[in-house]
Design a protein around this ligand. Sequence first.
Ligand code: NAG
Ligand code: NAG
Length: 459
Amino acid sequence: MASLLVLLLLGALTHACLGQIDYDYTSLIGLSNTFYKIQRQGRLPDNDVPWRGDTFLDDGQDIGVDLSGGHFDAGDFVKFMFPYAGFTTIINWGIIDFPTGYEASVLSGALETVRTSLNFLLKTHPQANTIHAQMGNGTLDHSWWGRPEDWPYGPRPTYTITESRPGSELGSEYAAAFASGYLVFKERDPAFAATMLQHARQAYNFAYTYRGKYSDSVPEAADFYNSWSGYGDDLGYGALWMYRATNDSQYRTFADILWNEFGYAGSNAQQFSWDDKYAGIFVLGLRLTGEEKYRAKAIQFCDNTVNTALRTPKGLVFLGEWGPLRYASNAVYICLQLADLGVNAATYRAFARQQIGYILGDTGRSFVVGFGINPPRFSHHRPSSCPPRPQVCDWNLYNGNQPNYYDVTGAIVGGPDANDVYEDSRQLWQHTEVGLDYNAAYQSNLAALHSLRKAGLLH
Ligand SMILES: *[C@@H]1O[C@H](CO)[C@@H](O)[C@H](O)[C@H]1NC(C)=O
Ligand SMILES: *[C@@H]1O[C@H](CO)[C@@H](O)[C@H](O)[C@H]1NC(C)=O
């Protein structure tokens, strides 16, 4: 009887402590930097990830240009430039708005991530109205399991948007990435920043002038990153980033025109994602203009997320079956932005700490590879799954029972189902894959939380 009571008490105490764990956000940012380092392709400038080598040096060969470099999208190898530009902006955004969240020890790694990415965006934007939208055939890529260094199918196809095959999502997301890149680098590297700004203006003008849905112009992208929300959201998000970088009222006018043209006031966005940028428009618009129309929509988004959206029994806000942790993390980032603007700050920050705590291990397991309690060991990630040569790495390994040979350190996996069940299996890619887009807002959240802790605002 007494021992039962003790057990019950212990249970209650453990529960009371959930969400109270003090994670070292800075070292977690360092691990996230490592994830982005692992994802690099092209000719690697260092041996920082000893088990990775040069890959896909012949990208672009089919059209006579060099498009090597950049990063693997996820557990596969294709370069899908729509989410690629998007993730770059989100990392930049955290560096810009939560600078005290980045200690010097990890800031350099984050700057390296975005510089690598921005350099690749430059490479794929060779002329004002040309963007190379994709390198690689997604179907062929997904039909093969092995080391990227051993890719057996030769040069990959390149897909490009132009004036006659436009893609306003892509031009807008490029503009956002370049504009935010300008803000990150304007004091750190003025020459690089000036290049960013020039490309930002060109990319935005291309997107705004030559309207079209990118996944119609590049149907090969549609099975992987279709533009479900269309380009109306991306154009507004890009316009606001341009306004932030330039203070040129022309872009604010564009944002106002787009507000009406695409009916932003009627947006009922439930997610902030690689596709859906409405919530980003609302918090960024509020930050830049202070206008009530943005404030009301931003609050609608966050209040829905915090109060109404589906939760798992253990409290994760569950906004999508495929990679729920990144949807939670993305929404958290929007609400930390809103808190930073003085709106419902205590509520949104407590929500943020709880959601990120879920990812880091508050419910008894970590969802960050290589970190914490019982972390994932079977992530759907080709490079880290493979043992070194000459051992074979193929579908038998994929289907086998052995954990990944290496860790894709610092990556968050897709996450559990709506009942908090997480089965760690390479075959369940909706739950165990990792991705450039998954880690971006997660990393910016770590920076935001660290900055709040330093300021004594994390309770
Ligand atoms: C992509 O790869 C698949 C599978 O090998 C193939 O059937 C298809 O024709 C390829 N598409 C293009 C555009 O090359
Ligand atoms: C931005 O432009 C407005 C007027 O258009 C001006 O009042 C303001 O000082 C400018 N801000 C910056 C940071 O240049």
